[in-house]
Design a protein around this ligand. Structure first.
Ligand SMILES: Cc1cc2nc3c(=O)[nH]c(=O)nc-3n(C[C@H](O)[C@H](O)[C@H](O)COP(=O)(O)O)c2cc1C
Ligand code: SF4
Length: 552
């Protein structure tokens, strides 16, 4: 309970006073040094007074391309302080932060607990409500209910097919439920695309209890905001998916880990959990089946790395979010070292869908080797930013020009970042790539978590690359050297590149750093920290910003 205690204290005092730290340390029996280590690790915690209200401005690609840099400058001028300095009256502090999941409402800002989209000075000081994502798709499966029903009404949820899958499953042997996922060909939507049936069966076959079923709602991959829309628009689907998964693998306890910046999602899902428990969809003897399952809600505290599954376990355990060495894998040694399955929010929405319509119907959606509906978050210089549910194989070109209305203002396309910061840049002549797992693989790309960030002809690629370099250098947890040092050196070179001061051999150094990080880093963060940059070097270095003559 260390992280919840620290978050609560931070909320009350706007920092964690020494007296409170000592009190928590004694009552939870956590050494004070470890406690301060945790405070230092998470950007939303502070051991020093900061200010009453933090104004957190996103500076990652989608928001940077829509003017968040200028907004920070305006804010600093308006309040008469620099970034990271509190105003004289102690009311405000301006912070530059990583993606807030407001990419389709860029520039996005978090003012205290209030999310502000299309932020301006006026809106920041007079927040006017929580921005929602536009949802597109024909027809909708995963997003069918979001925005159309009262998200906290189990009656409306059930009228629209909710809990049907759960009712079917609770009368089936657990192994048949796992087989359904395998037959449906479901793969994880959190980024790695691991087969869900295989993951579940390797946990189910371990004869060690308790087991845990964890939902990953950390969603901090820049350019991704689909999970927030699912949680806020259709929270019972996620509860249904988690309960089905728990039943299949034999878990009676689960955790839903939600990123700390998603305060509105936190509110919605905590109410949904209460309602589901009161009405018998969670807790003891679910729907009279004899199966028990409870879900505890846990909040992150501002660390991208905590989306990595083992770092997330460490975070729930009240530690700094350092990824663990794998193997052993979570299915045998996960949360509290017990057998654990962790799935992404969208994966769990697919689970509920499969159990409702059956694997045969499900397989008709998507494509071979990439079955089911898939959500894409589109942002940047695009006419219709939002969440696109795609149920048939289409190309990136079709997604951008036919579905999303093309580049904003009819401008020329410069490039697309596919798969978020951990993904790759795609050149305009590569848009014929099909957005399926085999399709992108053939093109040497990856769908990742479905983030698509569009950049028009006016983009300053040096600035974008500089932002990416800064992002990874900031978010590297520092546990292993290739990533700890590599992300710093990468950021330095991209910084020189931005200032037009590249040194001879910088491009070779950059490639060397990236290859080393990719091959030798401990976790996915370091392994992908250079992939977007490398893709620029490969596609067209001059076009994307490297000075001619500074490479090769
Ligand atoms: C640095 C890093 C960040 C990640 N962030 C997320 C995240 O925010 N949400 C998520 O579902 N998976 C994230 N993942 C992937 C998880 O480790 C894990 O693969 C996923 O939650 C498994 O669920 P799935 O099989 O349903 O995709 C991240 C991985 C890495 C390396
Ligand atoms: S690769 Fe980076 S984020 Fe991952 S463990 Fe190593 S230092 Fe930490």
């Amino acid at each position: 309970m260390l992280l919840p205690a620290l978050l609560k204290t931070q909320k009350i005092y706007d920092y964690i006073p020494r007296e409170a730290a000592v009190c928590i340390s004694e009552s939870l029996d956590v050494p004070l040094a470890d406690l301060y280590g945790v405070i230092e690790f998470y950007s939303m915690l502070s051991s020093e007074p900061r200010a009453e209200t933090s104004i957190r401005v996103c500076t990652t690609p989608s928001c940077a391309s829509q003017g968040s840099g200028d907004l920070v400058a305006d804010l600093c001028q308006h309040l008469g302080v620099g970034v990271g300095e509190a105003t004289m009256d102690g009311r405000y502090i301006i912070e530059e932060v990583e993606c807030l999941g407001l990419c389709d409402h860029a520039p996005g800002v978090l003012v205290g607990d209030d999310m502000v989209g299309e932020a301006t000075l006026d809106k920041i000081f007079n927040p006017e409500g929580h921005p929602q994502s536009e949802i597109y798709g024909d027809p909708l499966y995963l997003m069918a209910r979001a925005g159309k029903i009262d998200p906290l009404s189990t009656a409306e949820f059930q009228k629209a097919g909710g809990f049907e899958g759960l009712r079917v499953v609770l009368s089936m042997p657990p192994e048949d439920v796992i087989q359904m996922m395998t037959d449906a060909g479901l793969t994880g939507r959190g980024g790695a695309g691991f087969p869900t049936g295989l993951k579940w069966s390797s946990c189910a076959e371990v004869d060690r209890f308790p087991k845990y079923l964890v939902c990953n709602e950390d969603e901090s991959e820049p350019g991704t905001f689909k999970d927030r829309a699912l949680i806020e628009g259709d929270p019972f689907t996620i509860i249904e998916g988690m309960t089905i998964a728990a039943y299949a693998v034999g878990a009676n306890k689960g955790f839903l880990y939600i990123r700390g910046e998603y305060t509105c999602s936190h509110e919605v899902i905590s109410q949904a959990l209460e309602i589901a428990t009161e009405e018998g969809f969670l807790g003891k003897d679910i729907l009279g089946s004899g199966f028990d399952y409870e879900i505890e809600l846990r909040s992150g505290a501002g660390a991208y790395i905590c989306g990595e599954e083992t770092a997330l376990f460490e975070s729930i355990e009240g530690k700094r979010g350092f990824p663990r060495v794998k193997p052993p894998f979570p299915t045998t040694h996960g949360l509290f070292n017990q057998p654990t399955v962790i799935n992404n929010v969208e994966t769990l929405a697919n689970v509920a869908l499969i159990c409702r319509i059956g694997p045969d119907e499900y397989k008709k959606l998507g494509a071979e080797g990439s079955t089911g509906p898939r959500l894409f978050s589109i942002s940047g210089d695009i006419e219709k930013p939002g969440i696109y549910e795609i149920t048939e194989p289409i190309t990136l070109e079709q997604l951008i020009y036919e579905k999303a209305g093309g580049v904003r203002g009819g401008k020329e396309l410069r490039t697309v970042l596919l798969g978020g910061a951990a993904g790759k840049f795609v050149a305009p002549d590569q848009l014929d790539v099909t957005l399926t797992t085999p399709g992108v693989r053939k093109a040497g790309l990856s769908l990742g978590s479905g983030a698509v960030v569009v950049f028009d002809e006016n983009v300053d690629m040096k600035f974008v690359l500089h932002g990416l370099g800064h992002f990874f250098a900031h978010e590297s947890c520092g546990k292993c050297y290739p990533c700890q040092l590599g992300t710093q050196r990468q950021a330095e070179i991209l910084d020189r590149n931005l200032r037009g001061q590249t040194l001879e051999g910088d491009i070779e150094r950059l490639e060397d750093i990236i290859v080393t990080m990719t091959d030798t880093s401990l976790c996915g963060l370091g392994q992908t920290a250079g992939s977007a940059v490398l893709s620029v070097i490969e596609i067209c270095p001059e076009y994307f910003g490297f000075e001619e003559g500074s490479y090769g």
